[in-house]
Design a protein around this ligand. Structure first.
Ligand code: SF4
Length: 453
């Protein structure tokens, strides 16, 4: 079929915050970059600009691709309905939910894409043009990250991240060899850690003209352990760039590498989001070996990292099988004593494809008829073992109100700010408070009068 244009859609429920959307879709930017130059391509991001009206302008000559995680999949289905009403005949759906539960997407998508799609996406475009489109494309290999889907200048210009979005996303590694029972990332990105060539990273940062970013990496911290030589070279290369700062997720093993941490600081690393996950040692089996629920170790790791001038955001999850309401309050007490820069406390969520969900299904513990929009880490979607759903929700609300009170956010933000020299403080002001503010917004979804589909 003759192709008029390709539209790639990113659902979202945050909208704009102070005039900008939170973050552009890095995945769609890369997939759009694989579209041949002679084919028109657009990325529509629902957070930046609602897409409903625009969908109604599409025609049967348009190829529509939607990426969605579990939380967004109902919104994706709604967008697909609108596109179909407009006459679109090829709605392609990929992303983590389609990869982990393709049977749930097959019901309403014309084409389901599983896996990373860097190999299958160009084939889908070709098949659309040749009228040979298949209902399913599986990308079963983990792509070598070298040279994979470099961002094109056309896409960089069109997305205009600096003007439209708060935080540019960037990728350095992908995959994680740990095996946390609740993790979807390794089921999508694999357990072999893959590394992008350093010269490609530097080239991309320069070409995008970004001076700060958040890494999409599943567990960047393991780069310290798995390939310290690569990590050192990376930091030395980033040090030379005029960056304002960057942040990433990591595990606390990084605290054992003080020399690399010092280099990371010189490479403009601002903060590490450390997945401590639980302060309850009984839960250690679920934590894939990276954390053991030992608060003493957590204190030491936080101090060691902060000593190098890098901030620490503590990530915690509530609702493991050994958790009682007391665990939430123990976490809060730990956070107060530990000097964390920011704090995320979320509800354990049984995402498709995870051992945790499999266990709950076997034990008949999923709450019936909870639609996917509740899979947002703010809602309880299963029956916990040692507390009732009501008890879990009540205590979770209380502890989050304490954690995300304006006073506590200000206190942690000022502490984070004080880590920087006075001359750098104006540049670091926003970042010192925005992380906690973002988590406060996530918590607020618990009490939204309606959740967008
Ligand atoms: S360490 Fe993080 S990325 Fe790795 S398996 Fe655990 S949750 Fe997933």
């Amino acid at each position: 079929m003759e192709i008029r244009k390709i539209v790639l859609i990113q659902p979202g429920r945050e909208g704009r915050i102070f005039g900008k959307a939170p973050a552009a879709s890095y995945t769609l930017m890369r997939l759009a970059s694989l579209v041949p130059d002679d084919v028109e391509v657009e990325i529509w991001h629902h957070d930046w600009e609602p897409v409903e009206q625009k969908l109604l302008t599409l025609t049967k000559h348009d190829l529509v691709g939607i990426t969605a995680k579990t939380l967004e999949i109902e919104q994706a289905e709604y967008f697909a309905q609108l596109a179909r009403q407009a006459g679109v005949q090829a709605i392609v759906v990929g992303g983590s939910h389609a990869t982990l539960m393709p049977e749930d997407v097959e019901r309403w998508a014309d084409v389901v894409v599983t896996g990373e799609a860097y190999r299958t996406w160009p084939k889908i475009i070709e098949d659309f043009q040749n009228d040979t489109l298949q209902p399913r494309y599986d990308d079963t290999e983990w792509a070598d990250l070298s040279g994979v889907a470099p961002l094109s200048d056309r896409v960089i210009r069109q997305v205009d991240e600096v003007r439209h979005y708060w935080t540019p996303m960037m990728e350095i590694t992908r995959g994680c060899p740990r095996n946390c029972s609740f993790c979807t990332a390794i089921r999508v990105s694999g357990q072999k850690m893959r590394f992008r060539p350093i010269d490609e990273i530097v080239e991309e940062i320069e070409r995008r003209k970004i001076d700060r970013f958040f890494l999409t990496d599943d567990n960047f911290g393991l780069a310290f352990v798995i390939d310290p030589e690569y990590t050192e070279k990376l930091f030395l290369a980033l040090e030379k760039l005029p960056l304002r700062g960057w942040t990433t997720q990591a595990e606390m093993a990084v605290s054992k590498y003080p020399e690399l941490l010092k280099l990371a600081k010189r490479a403009h690393m601002d903060k590490l989001f450390i997945g401590f996950e639980s302060v309850n040692p009984e839960n250690r089996r679920e934590l894939g070996g990276k954390s053991k629920g030992q608060m003493k170790q957590y204190h030491q790791a936080i101090q060691a990292i902060q000593k190098t001038g890098i901030g620490v955001v503590g990530l915690f999850v509530f609702g493991f099988d050994f958790d009682t309401p007391q665990v939430m309050w123990d976490t809060w007490n730990f956070a107060k004593e530990s000097g964390l820069d920011s704090l995320s406390t979320t509800v354990l969520t049984p995402y498709p494809g995870t051992p945790f969900r499999k266990q709950l299904i076997e034990e008949n513990r999923l709450i019936p008829n909870k639609s996917w929009r509740y899979y947002d880490t703010a809602h309880v979607t299963y029956y916990p073992k040692l507390m009732s759903v009501e008890e879990f929700e009540r205590e979770y609300d209380k502890v989050c109100r304490a954690i995300y009170s304006p006073y506590r956010i200000a206190q942690r933000g000022l502490r984070a700010l004080s880590r920087h020299p006075v001359r750098r403080m104006p540049a670091k002001l926003f970042g010192s408070f925005s992380t906690d503010y973002g988590y406060r917004r996530t918590f607020a979804w618990r009490h939204a009068t309606s959740l967008p589909r």
